[in-house]
Design a protein around this ligand. Sequence first.
Ligand code: FEO
Length: 401
Amino acid sequence: MHQERLICDNVYYLGASDRRLNRFENIFPLPNGVTYNSYLVKDDKTVLLDTVDKAIEKPFLENLEYALDGRKLDYLIITHMECDHAASLAEVLLRHPELTLVGNAKTFALIEQFFDFKGHYNKLEVKDKETLDIGHHKFTFLFAPMVHWPEVMAVYEESNKMVFSADAFGTFGAFSGNIFSDEMNFFEEWLPEARRYYTNIVGKYGVQTVNLLKKLSDFEVNYICPLHGPIWRDKDLIAQFIEKYKIWASYAPEDNAVVIFYGTIYGATEDVATLLAGEIAKLGVKNIKMYDVSATDTSYLVSEAFRAKTLVFAAASYNAGLFPYMNILLDDLKEHSIQNRNVVLIENGSWALSAGKRMSDFISGMKNMTLLADTLSIKSSLKDEQLPVIYELARKIKDSL
Ligand code: FEO
């Protein structure tokens, strides 16, 4: 049952949605599923851009054969070798042994690592900014190393002013019929999952993403075709999404907001976080968010840390160290290169206060993080004489926004 879709001028969408996968990369929860996108361009020659994950191989192969309509497949451009896009490469090659694989030197090294082809295929090795002409359509290869693997390249198609952007501009979430971002309430409904996708999957590589954005700024863009999530064809929406990417990639706060992350064992640390949130609210700050780091998956917390300007970390001491889920969060934030934030630290402990030292070690290992105050230390529960410190923290947090 084929479900290919025409995007424009002989360009077809061949992907599909996976609603059954529990965790993307076996790490990130997927409550709304995910799409794997592949595209076919038909001209004097036929060009497939990427394959798909094994999970949707059957509908993808059906879409491909239907869209080819009996024609042979001339080229397969590989923008990214990660298995969610390259797993079906062998099946495509088996059905179309005459095709030429198009990639760069790193792509072909990875092909040999993942498969046992031993070079038994036609190949076209391209360099940055080289072109491939297939008649009316002309592709320019724009290398984008580490967005999100070393071999990644975006591809610009000149006649439609179309960017095949690999993982960049991707989004978690399955399709419900609509495949274009202008057919859905993207910025109301999809943006948090787009942010969670970018920050967790590509967020470590902000510098490389900025470089890709700079490369793309030399081109007029009417379409963005990513490997996950909706396709972009509305110029205003494209401009809005690129602005989001500029913010995320430069590690600038997206919202003038405060987020409180707390790790609590029996509730005393949560009580302090709740009290602080209330005092911040009394000073007129809106949209404060509190997260129990044990209850919310870390990927959502990383996404929220990228969004907000001021971050509060309040955690219990544990095993002469830090409450485990807070340790995971701070380690993940460091791994994702978060920077340029205001920070408040609160530690709790009943006999050996150790959380504060561990948290401040994490923060001092990050770039351009501003501690708004000394770490507030609590022994088992907050005492009345410490209330002025809470009021002062609330004021400093408000002033930081
Ligand atoms: Fe969607 Fe980096 O693979």
